[in-house]
Design a protein around this ligand. Structure first.
Ligand code: GTP
Ligand code: MG
Length: 202
């Protein structure tokens, strides 16, 4: 898929205020600092469409971006960020959970996982919750520029082993690096295929 246009639409803290169009929507979720906002910029070839930061906790709202005037990409706050106050954390959890549970336009979630860290309970639990809630998702391994190809293979194979303890099949996954522009075409083509299928169904 070629990105012809990418525009910021709206930020808010409640699923009721999200755009009321019927456009298919894809959401990026994962721990703070995993690279969700950077990946949105990489995919759209826009330097600062989504705000990024070296400090975790940058994205604090549900952010909608309109891509090619016909689908939405959604940037969300990270989960599991310890430096956010407890009450703030609860607010985050509430609207993130509500977003996933109630957003009818959501076609698929992408759970981002930093390729340098061993499988984390918070990610595995979130994937389990998505599964239970019936929300399709793929895994995106981020920051692949930090590992050599062999280490990436080993990492993914170990991650698979852990997932297969609870999942029947390995979820769909992508290996990406926003700084080295790895994984862009694979991800965009995957979204294109789903968008085409949806058009066909309608
Ligand atoms: P929150 O909004 O805080 O939840 O974080 P986020 O998941 O949106 O992460 P963000 O995109 O802001 O990136 C966090 C940090 O990781 C920044 O310093 C980025 O430059 C860095 N980063 C993101 N992607 C990559 C990558 O592919 N490779 C490397 N080396 N660094 C990356
Ligand atoms: Mg962010």
């Amino acid at each position: 898929m070629k990105i012809k246009s990418a525009e910021f639409v709206v930020s808010n803290q409640s699923v009721e205020k999200c755009p009321k169009t019927n456009l298919p929507e894809y959401a990026f979720i994962g721990r703070s600092n995993v690279g969700k906002s950077s990946l949105i910029n990489m995919l759209t070839s826009r330097k600062s469409l989504a705000k990024t930061s070296g400090r975790p906790g940058k994205t604090q709202l549900i952010n909608h971006f309109l891509i090619n005037k016909n689908w939405h990409l959604v940037d969300l706050p990270g989960y599991g960020y310890a430096r956010v106050s407890k009450s703030n954390k609860k607010v985050f959890q509430k609207f993130i959970t509500a977003y996933f549970a109630e957003r009818e336009q959501l076609v698929s979630a992408f759970v981002l996982v930093d390729i340098r860290h061993k499988p984390q309970p918070i990610d595995l639990n979130f994937m389990a919750w998505l599964g239970k809630t019936g929300i399709p998702f793929s895994i995106i391994f981020t920051k692949a520029d930090k590992l050599k190809p062999k280490a990436i293979d080993n990492y993914v194979s170990d991650y698979k082993d852990v997932l297969l303890e609870t999942w029947e099949d390995m979820p769909n996954y992508f290996i990406t690096s926003s700084s080295k522009h790895i994984g862009k075409d694979e991800l965009l083509d995957y979204i294109q295929v789903i968008n085409d299928e949806l058009k066909f169904q309608n």
